[in-house]
Write a protein that binds this ligand. Sequence first.
Ligand code: G4P
Ligand code: NA
Ligand code: NA
Length: 194
Amino acid sequence: MKSLQEKIIKDGNVLSDQVLKVDSFLNHQIDPKLMKEIGEEFASRFTNDKITKILTIESSGIAPSVMAGLVLGVPVVFARKRKSLTLTQDLYTADVYSFTKQETNPIAVSKSFITNEDRLLIIDDFLANGQAALGLLDIAEQAGASVAGIGIVIEKAFQDGGNLLREKNVRVESLARVQSLENGKVTFAEGALV
Ligand code: G4P
Ligand code: NA
Ligand code: NA
C-alpha cells in the first residue's frame, strides 16, 4: 500500500534494527485519513470472504479494525489485555508470550461476541513474532468460528510471525512488509516506492 509506505518513510523512526516507531500515526497519535485508507484496503482484500466480524486486540489494532468494519459493515471485537470490571465471566482466554518482555500475558474475549456462526477477519497493527495473532486464532478456534485470514498493517518480514502463520495455512495480508531496518533505514519487502 503505497500511501502507507510513504507515511512510514516520512514519519516512522527506526529505533533499532528490530523496532520501528510509528507513534505519530498508528500507536499513539492516530491519522484518521490514513486509517480510513487502511480500512478500505483491508475491506477490499476480504470483500468476497463473507466476513461477519473483525477480531483484533487492544489498543493499536482497534483503529484500523473499526475503519475496516465500517466498510465491510460488520462489528469489531477487541480482545482485552487488562482485567475489566464488567467483563468477568464466560470468557475465551489465550496466553500471549512476549519475546521482548519475556513474559506471558492472558488476553480475553467475552463468549457473547464470537460464535460458531462467525467468519472472522483478524486484524492487528504489527506482525513481529506472531504471538498475538496466534492467541487470537486460539480464541477463534475455542469459539468454533472460522477465520478467513489475518490483516496486518505493518509486517516485520525479518521476524518469525509471518512464516509461522503462513506455515499453518493462514492467509496473511500485510499492507506494508518491512524487510529490514538495518543502518537506520526502512527497506520494504515489496520493493522501493515507484
Ligand atoms: P513479540 O515479542 O511477539 O514481538 O511481541 P511483543 O510483546 O514484543 O510486542 C509488544 C508490542 O510491540 C505489541 O503491541 C506489538 O504490536 C508491538 N510491536 C512489535 N514490534 C514492533 C515495532 O517494530 N514497532 C512498533 N511500534 N510496535 C511493535 P502492544 O504492546 O500490544 O501495544 P498496543 O497494541 O497497545 O499498541
Ligand atoms: Na502495538
Ligand atoms: Na498490537
